[in-house]
Design a protein around this ligand. Structure first.
Ligand SMILES: [Cu+2]
Length: 682
């Protein structure tokens, strides 16, 4: 029924060839994993059980392409990591470009045959597209042989053209997290919402305007693919004149962009096994000594005396918020989710899945190696998971690891913070060093503040002394609505229910999401909304009580276009959930812990009693696209619904979204939603 913009493989080869030649892309040295000349392939121990080598010997050259395992048979033109991409440049006024990329999404392996040399020579790890991971072999999914995928670096107002080639054995889509796709809703990458998934063997062309700047990212929006590795940085820079934080740092290097991710082994998706930083890290559970070659730490190099902008993102799969800090360094936090904030000088910050924080690090300490520390919480805390990377000063011994402990207790953390040399005045915001570390976005603060009967009366607009709650951050820009704007409030909830068959159902508005069979954006004229969609009120009208019954359907929440919208989202669970909506960034105007289910279920009533305070407009509430809802708590977000369309609304913990914690916001009526170009219309 659908005519998708897809091309078959023969035309792909031509595209590869032409683009490869035209762009002068690096050719990949296609090393045969069974090369008898390879000195590291002489012993049986070195022989990996590798899908395509098995097939080669048993079946000879396969006639047809087995997309599941044999990506290596393909001459993929560009495995370049875009380092020499012409769009990677100093941004200048009036010099927008059209930027072309190929992202090949394929099955891959951590510690595959590419890693043979890497065990002996650290530099070989990158050159041979070895995914070292934590030294434990596991099937993964990669983008252009990389995890994280190749970073895309652009300037604001560039036009982006990305061909996503699906060499997986299953359908995929790519989401551009942080871009609102105002002109091109069909490019949002939400499966069955803004597009039909890209089938194995197909290529899908995403084309959109980079109409904002900041630390964004791209990731697959299908199933568990993001968890298996299909994700990368999308960094959009501004001209120096437009960049309000430009004076705070000397360097903004892509090598200093970090993706933190919790991982699984094999296809065992119930247990988190480790946390990696840029795809690397130590396996702390297997007791290998630090200097063992079977694990690698990511290294960030800095030169004393300079200030560096660093970008951190959490591609969280399980319920594992993390705390990020750097041994003996303060972090000047300047941006979150790509939105500039009033700088906050901190000792560390927390991230829940999909959140980003940018900070400035001044290389002002003794020139040696320091630990970059990532500590896992919630599920990852139970499993004692943490990870390190190395901040390596020029002049320090490159091969050495930092002398301090990779992880420190909270108590010694304070000492650590107290003992380091006072940094030179980084931004004119010098702060007296106190024994208590300053932590930004600490999801536990809320619980601490709110424990007690008057819980919900407190907002975490904390004095910026120690604990800076998310809601306390201030945007550099005023809120985009006039004073005294009246918002239309929608109440929503995140919850968990056990189905009669024992299955755990994660829910929004006590409904588990069932995706539609046809993409809503393209197919919207083919069905009647009322018959096709469900939501809390439609189910109530039918007499269905979702507190007693299990409700599973296509939950679409309808909102008018071009109106001030407010969402109050309650979390009935003890654990935090990262809230994310597509199509609109929002301002966080309230966040708190209520502490009990009963009140949360009646949050509308609490609100009517004036117990859920909002930040005043003049506070310049922080703008975000992903934010944590505290356990047994709530958030209040505001936005203007000026982007009509179908937009996913979900928890950004992959495990929860996959199990139903998802819904769709339909903003505006059909006639207000952009007509989709014929080539992708159904
Ligand atoms: Cu969740």
């Amino acid at each position: 029924m659908c005519v998708r913009e897809s091309k078959s493989f023969p035309s792909l080869w031509i595209i590869f060839l032409v683009l490869g030649l035209a762009q002068g892309l690096t050719e990949i040295d296609s090393q045969d994993p069974e090369d008898p000349e390879d000195p590291f392939f002489n012993t049986d121990e070195a022989r990996f059980d590798w899908p395509w080598s098995r097939n080669k010997t048993t079946k000879g050259t396969p006639a047809g392409l087995n997309l599941k395992n044999e990506y290596a048979q393909m001459e993929i033109a560009s495995f370049s990591d875009f380092e020499r991409h012409p769009c990677r440049r100093v941004c200048q006024q009036g010099q927008s470009q059209t930027c072309y990329y190929q992202l090949v999404v394929h099955n891959y392996q951590r510690l595959g045959p590419e890693c043979q040399r890497c065990q002996y020579d650290e530099r070989a790890c990158a050159a041979e597209y070895c995914l070292y991971g934590d030294g434990v072999a596991s099937p993964v999914m990669a983008v252009n042989r990389m995890i994280p995928g190749p970073p895309i670096e652009l300037c604001e107002n560039d036009t982006v053209v990305v061909d996503v080639l699906n060499y997986l054995g299953e359908a995929t889509t790519m989401h551009w997290h942080g871009l609102n796709m105002r002109r091109s809703p069909e490019m949002d990458g939400a499966p069955f919402v803004t597009q039909n998934p890209v089938q194995p063997g197909e290529v899908y062309r995403y084309e959109f305007l980079a109409d904002r700047s900041g630390s964004l990212w791209y990731h697959s929006h299908m199933g568990w693919q993001r968890g298996f590795g299909v994700a990368g940085h999308l960094i959009i820079r501004q001209t120096r004149q437009a960049n309000q934080h430009a004076h705070l740092y000397d360097y903004d290097l892509v090598e200093h962009a970090l993706m933190v991710q919790d991982i699984f082994y094999d296809h065992e998706l119930t247990t988190v096994r480790n946390i990696l930083i840029n795809g690397k890290g130590r396996n702390h559970l297997n007791q290998l000594p630090d200097n063992d070659n079977r694990h690698r730490y990511e290294r960030l190099r800095v030169t004393p005396g300079y200030r560096y902008r660093m970008r951190v993102l959490l591609n969280g799969i399980a319920n594992c918020p993390v705390e990020f800090s750097i041994e003996q360094h303060k972090l000047l936090i300047i941006s979150t989710d790509g939105n500039d904030i009033e700088p906050v000088l901190a000792d560390g910050f927390f991230l829940t899945s999909a959140e980003r924080f940018d900070f400035v690090l001044e290389a002002s300490q003794v020139a040696k190696n320091y630990w970059i520390r990532v500590r896992g919480y919630e599920q990852c805390e139970d499993l004692k998971l943490y990870q390190g990377a190395v901040l390596s000063y020029r002049g320090a011994t490159r091969s050495e690891l930092p002398q301090g402990n990779i992880m420190v207790s909270r108590q010694s953390r304070a000492l650590d913070s107290d003992n380091f040399l006072k940094p030179t005045n980084i931004s004119g915001q010098s702060k007296a060093l106190s024994a208590a570390p300053v932590l930004v976005n600490d999801y536990r603060i809320m619980s601490t503040i709110a424990a007690g009967p008057a819980a919900f009366l407190r907002l975490a607009t904390a004095e910026k002394d120690n604990n800076v709650g998310t809601v306390a951050l201030r945007s550099l820009q005023p809120v985009p609505w006039p004073r005294n704007t009246k918002f239309r409030t929608y109440y929503s909830s995140f919850s968990l229910r056990r189905a009669p068959n024992g299955e755990m159902l994660f829910q929004i508005d006590e409904i588990s999401y069932i995706p539609p069979g046809i993409s809503l954006l393209q197919g919207r004229h083919l069905f009647q909304d009322d018959g096709y969609f469900c939501n809390r009120s439609s189910l109530a009208a039918q007499g269905r009580n979702c507190q007693q019954n299990v409700c599973e359907c296509l939950n679409v929440i309808r909102m008018p276009a071009y109106r001030p919208i407010e969402m109050v989202v309650a979390n009935y669970m003890v654990n935090t959930h990262p809230f994310h909506i597509h199509g609109s960034s929002f301002h966080l105007v309230g966040q708190g812990v209520v502490g009990n289910m009963e009140d949360l279920r009646n949050i509308q009533q609490l609100d009517r009693q004036g117990l859920l305070p909002r930040l005043p407009d003049h506070y310049n509430a922080v703008r975000k696209d992903s934010v944590q809802i505290p356990g047994l708590g709530y958030i209040i977000v505001r936005f203007i619904s000026n982007n009509p369309g179908f937009w996913l609304y979900h928890c950004h913990v992959e495990a929860h979204a996959v199990q139903g914690m998802m819904a769709v916001l339909k903003i505006g009526e059909n006639h207000q939603i952009k007509r989709i170009p014929a080539r992708v219309r159904c």
